[in-house]
Ligand binder design. Sequence first.
Ligand SMILES: Nc1nc2c(ncn2[C@@H]2O[C@H](COP(=O)(O)OP(=O)(O)OP(=O)(O)O)[C@@H](O)[C@H]2O)c(=O)[nH]1
Ligand SMILES: [Mg+2]
Length: 412
Amino acid sequence: MASKATISMLMVGRTGSGKSTSGNMILQKEAFDTSPEFCSITQECSLQSDTILGMIVQVMDTPGLFDTGKSHEEVGLRIVQCVINMHPGPDVILYVIRIGEKYTAQDFAAYRRFKMLLGSSVTRHMMVLFTGGDKLRKTGTTIEQFVKHVPDNLHTVLRECGGECIVLNNELTFANGQTQVANLLGKVQELRRMNDYRPYTCYSYGRVAKTLEEVEAVRREVRRKLGEVEEQEARATQYWQEREAQFKQMLDRLTLTQGVYDKRMTDFAKQMEEEKQKRLDAWLLKKEQEERALEARKKEEERRLLEKKREHDRRLRWEREEHERQIRNEQERQRRIQEEERKRQRTILAAEAEERRRSLAERERELEREREAVERRLAEEQRASMQQTLRTVVMVGRVIFDVSRIALRLMR
Ligand SMILES: Nc1nc2c(ncn2[C@@H]2O[C@H](COP(=O)(O)OP(=O)(O)OP(=O)(O)O)[C@@H](O)[C@H]2O)c(=O)[nH]1
Ligand SMILES: [Mg+2]
């Protein structure tokens, strides 16, 4: 669902009705090119936006509705593409009608074609926007008084578009027109609220046509729908003409007076018009029901797809969690293996250290033994040398003694 703070509007209506000028008034700037009176200027759809009264307002301007030099199919295709380009769709479609210009049968036919192209449910998002509010002011007429005197077909349009309408005086400056823009935005917001803030979505044409084949598919659908409307209108006209001819024949046969004939003719024409309208209404109602059914089917399909997607997401989430759990388990297992490996390494190192310590102690003991053996040998050698010295001293003493004794003897 689009943001409540963003409003997207689609302007449609006959050439010169004031779509671009109204778009400029709404956006409070010269966003779109406007045309001099009765000259078709807007050839392509164009989207402009700005922040107005704290809301982001997007306005899509369109070429004149089925009344320019272009073929109905071309204009229809452009409008349909405009709508599908406004993904997810416009919140409101402003059907612009100029006050002071006759609302003709062609205008009504164009409105019906538009409805047929986009589906009858489009009227739930449509509002009539009357331009030329300055004319009402000049004549001192209120919009309610004006609406009372519009032709029947325009009454039908107003009824189908919810009975609410908006008036703009585009002769005002942007600054002076702020109040009427605020009023317009208020009514648009009210309509959005009634539609639960859901924009109009063009189910029949699917997503935005990008490739030539997709554009061609949209064109075919537009052609088919326009063909249906034209066929229906032709059938209605033919039926009416036949009935009129029958009636004329009947009247001829009855040879009624001119006055009675005229009155009956007028009544009959009115009756025929009503009947034609009724048949068209019934046909449109049937189409509307078909559209609704199609829309409901599409919604159901969307809901099913959404459900499937949710299910898929749930499964993915579960699989991801499962995968993460497995990763965690694997990490835990690795950690344990590493821990055990570290322990094993520590035990091996400790055993090696103990072994080395033992061999060092052994070596120390050996050295100690060797040292003691050396000391013993040294001590023995020392003793032997001392004994030798003593023997030598004794011998020398004896020699001295013997010499002394000999010397004494000699002296005696
Ligand atoms: N007096 C008066 N003139 C208006 C008003 N709104 C629009 N116009 C005039 O109507 C003429 C046509 O207006 P545009 O906005 O170009 O009409 P359009 O519907 O965009 O026409 P296309 O682009 O040809 O389809 C311009 O000269 C406008 O000045 C209004 O409220 N009052
Ligand atoms: Mg224009």
